[in-house]
Design a protein around this ligand. Sequence first.
Ligand SMILES: [Fe+2]
Ligand SMILES: [Fe+2]
Length: 281
Amino acid sequence: MSAPVPSPTKSAARETIKVRRMDFEFSDSTPSCWFDDNPLLTSILSALAVSFPPGERYFIASVRHFLDRVDDPLLLNQVKAFVGQEANHTKEHIAFNKFLDSRGFPASAMEKWVADRVGELQQASTPEANLARTAALEHFTAILASVLLEHPEVAERMSPEAARLWVWHAIEEVEHRSVAFDVYKIAVDDEQLRIQVMLKTTVIFILVNAVRTAMLLRATGRPWELMSTLKALNVMWGKPGLFRKVVPRYLEYFRKDFHPSQLECDEHVEAAKQRYLGALA
Ligand SMILES: [Fe+2]
Ligand SMILES: [Fe+2]
């Protein structure tokens, strides 16, 4: 395990990035609808999960491409920790996707589809656009993680091992939220490209995840449960309203003086670490 690495930016001076190796195991007793026995909540998060392994490999490659333009030793150390964290997320989410396969979800097939599309996109894009897309998607993961950590009562509705996986991943996404953005600022710093790529990425992200959620929901065999659906919509858009709370944070990205470290989440990250990570906090 590497030592905590301080952030290179003044505004993010309190941040640390720590690589934690985990080894989650999903037992036979883990239910198929692992999120509150709710088909829609399970499908929404599983839809995100299938894209993590290929997505995170892409993030690592996009950032590494520009390392020769980074002189700041603190940022270089942060990139190293970012790569370590994302590599561990990939490993654990491959295992999670295999668990989903075992419950009748087409998770690994979806993961393969995402990997193929990501490969094509990577080839068709400039390195600058790949890094801008990585910064955009890292903003998505950071804001989604921040709302999950702010509402610990939501993760408590997941089966215990799934809750540990998602909270651990959320903590680390918040910890390394500035890395791709800082490399982009140093190596590329094209504001127009940053905004354009975020807009296109948003459309694709929403569409792809909506379709995938519908496919996974169908695979639960319980797509028409009215009360479960209303409950899931309430969690996302009503109370606590995870997606509703993500929207203003998403919009922050379009400010000229935006920096990921402006996302205030320290208190919730600390509480989640104490609750879920024990000695690895
Ligand atoms: Fe990750
Ligand atoms: Fe990340």
